[in-house]
Design a protein around this ligand. Structure first.
Ligand code: 13P
Length: 339
């Protein structure tokens, strides 16, 4: 499949991406925080649960994995990545090796993992990986994000995108404006517009083909500690406004991160954008928490809970797949609870 075909297949009608790329140390820390006991196989078992959920490919086009996950085999020794491909989903890689302090900044960050990336991407392509994801985490606060952090992150994302395209891999460029804080939706709107504009300038400088690039964006939202929370219609309106201004129509699709929104809001916001606006790109999801929060609560590292956890994941994928078409309704959620 060509890179353009991969990019378009990732945002095929009614489908989105599952971000499963929590590295194993962070995964084990999460289990500990939740009071769930773990053993050496827990990471593999959780990855297997997610990747092999029956019917997931009806609503999920691709799965973002870690370096560890692309090399995992299931309990019977069969490669997980090969099973994902056999189920018609495209494996993706997060080649990122953690956030580090941006030297000279007041506590801002940049992703690390550029060393040896050309060679690693070539290896991932050989394993069947079709796309990559690289994230910038920009925090709204007094004096942040700074001009410096926006520029530095835009350049790193663009370098990764150019290297990915060189390897025949579709880059997903993820400039996340974080939800944390007491900022208003107006401030988020202004910051998101600035960040997107500088990100696309850097992609241009790095000669990245937009036709085989996807954007993973944050929605324009009120900060999670802001006293006044914008409603669903306002979030949809402000997000679409900023994207129309700053995301070229040559991009095949924009996939959202959930960023700490509730499962309900992640779905309702996506649906409102697709239901109410004519858009030049596909708008879909690339959620981690808004797909996996409930399955994790059900699973609790017990094999007997795997089918119920997979059913919960399937349900969230289905609801978000409908939201990607603008066809989700609140009634569909309650019907699912009853059945
Ligand atoms: P959330 O949906 O939990 O924000 O994660 C998406 C992601 O992949 C961040 O890089």
């Amino acid at each position: 499949m060509s890179a353009i075909e991969i990019a378009n297949q990732l945002v095929a009608a009614g489908k989105g991406i599952m971000a499963a790329d929590r590295p194993s140390p962070a995964f084990y820390k999460l289990l500990e925080d939740e009071g769930i006991s773990a053993d050496g196989d827990s990471y593999r078992n959780w990855s297997e649960l997610l990747f092999l959920t029956p019917g997931l490919n009806e609503h999920v086009s691709g799965i973002i994995m870690t370096d560890e996950q692309v090399r995992l085999a299931d309990g019977a020794g069969r490669s997980l990545i090969e099973q994902v491909i056999a189920r018609g989903m495209i494996p993706g890689i997060s080649p990122f090796q953690g956030m580090v302090h941006l030297a000279g900044s007041a506590g801002e960050t940049v992703g690390s993992g550029l060393d040896g990336l050309r060679e690693r991407l070539a290896e991932y392509a050989g394993l069947g990986v079709g796309f990559s994801k690289w994230r910038a985490a920009l925090q709204i606060g007094p004096g942040t994000p700074s001009y410096y952090a926006i520029e530095a992150n835009a350049y790193v994302m663009a370098q990764v995108a150019a290297l990915s395209q060189e390897a025949g891999i579709v880059p997903i460029v993820e400039p996340e404006v974080m939800l944390l804080g007491d900022h208003t939706i107006e401030r988020c709107c202004a910051v998101t517009e600035w960040v997107l504009s500088r990100t696309f300038e850097a992609l241009y400088v790095h000669r990245v083909d937009l036709e085989r690039t996807l954007v993973k964006a944050s929605m324009v939202l009120s900060g999670n500690e802001c006293a006044e929370q914008a409603d669903v219609e306002t979030v949809a309106e402000q997000t679409v406004k900023v994207f129309r201004r700053r995301i070229p129509a040559a991009i095949p699709g924009i996939v959202f991160l959930s960023g700490g929104q509730s499962d309900y809001h992640a779905t309702a916001h996506l649906n409102a954008m697709n239901a109410n606006y004519e858009l030049p790109w596909k708008l879909s999801f690339s959620y981690a928490r808004a797909l996996q929060r409930e399955p994790m609560t059900i699973w609790r590292n017990r094999p007997e809970n795997v089918p119920a956890a997979q059913a919960a994941l399937y349900q969230r994928a289905k609801m978000n797949g409908l939201a990607a078409l603008g066809l989700w309704t609140e009634e569909l959620e309650s019907e699912a609870v009853v059945s």
